[in-house]
Design a protein around this ligand. Structure first.
Ligand SMILES: CC(C)(COP(=O)(O)OP(=O)(O)OC[C@H]1O[C@@H](n2cnc3c(N)ncnc32)[C@H](O)[C@@H]1OP(=O)(O)O)[C@@H](O)C(=O)NCCC(=O)NCCS
Length: 156
């Protein structure tokens, strides 16, 4: 897989993937034009996307991450996170996600740890119930990670 930055003027092409990571078009609209979009390609097909924004305090928030269903559990999600972490060396990363056991296991395997939760986020902000792995999402869990990529050593 190769990973390249993707231009937000051509969102239609990656919308099905974005909707896998965040099922609300309205929510996606709030960050897609200010964020940086990374696309994972196998040949000419886009098999994964990741969207990041830089927060006012300097942290990088992963707003969306998705791998095409037929390509999951092949290391692609981990490779996408590794790539964005290398783009922002030395930064602290954060993300919000539902309390879905498989997703939490994935982020845990990638070094993300629990920070805090926003109670009832999915109940209050989405027009209909979101069910993942048979569980209705309720709270938004925030996870954090120090980037494992260090800034290059400077002799100044
Ligand atoms: C979550 C998601 C991005 C993971 O990407 P992926 O390419 O399937 O994950 P990887 O193959 O890189 O997994 C890395 C490690 O995470 C853990 N992991 C990944 N998926 C898992 C699952 N379903 N259950 C348990 N552990 C899992 C494993 O430890 C895995 O390593 P291993 O395969 O060597 O055991 C992908 O499943 C996805 O796009 N899901 C739908 C959208 C979504 O939920 N996005 C995140 C919400 S913001």
């Amino acid at each position: 897989m190769t990973i390249q930055e993707y231009n937000s003027s051509d969102i239609k092409n990656i919308l099905p993937l974005l909707l896998l990571g965040d099922e609300s078009v309205e929510m996606i609209r709030r960050y897609i034009f200010t964020g940086r979009i990374f696309a994972g390609y196998v040949g000419s097909s886009i098999v994964a996307v990741c969207v990041t924004i830089e927060l006012a305090d300097g942290r990088i928030e992963v707003k969306n991450l998705a791998v095409a269903p037929e390509m999951q559990r092949k290391g692609i999600g981990r490779a996408m996170l590794n790539h964005v972490e290398s783009v922002f060396p030395g930064k602290r990363f954060c993300l919000g996600t539902g309390e879905t056991p498989s997703t939490l296991r994935f982020y845990h395997a990638c070094g993300y740890r629990y920070s805090h939760r926003i109670e009832n986020f999915f109940v209050d902000n989405y027009p209909h119930p979101i069910i993942e792995d048979g569980i209705r999402l309720k709270d938004m869990l925030y996870l954090e990670k120090e980037s494992s990529y260090c800034l290059p050593y400077s002799q100044d």
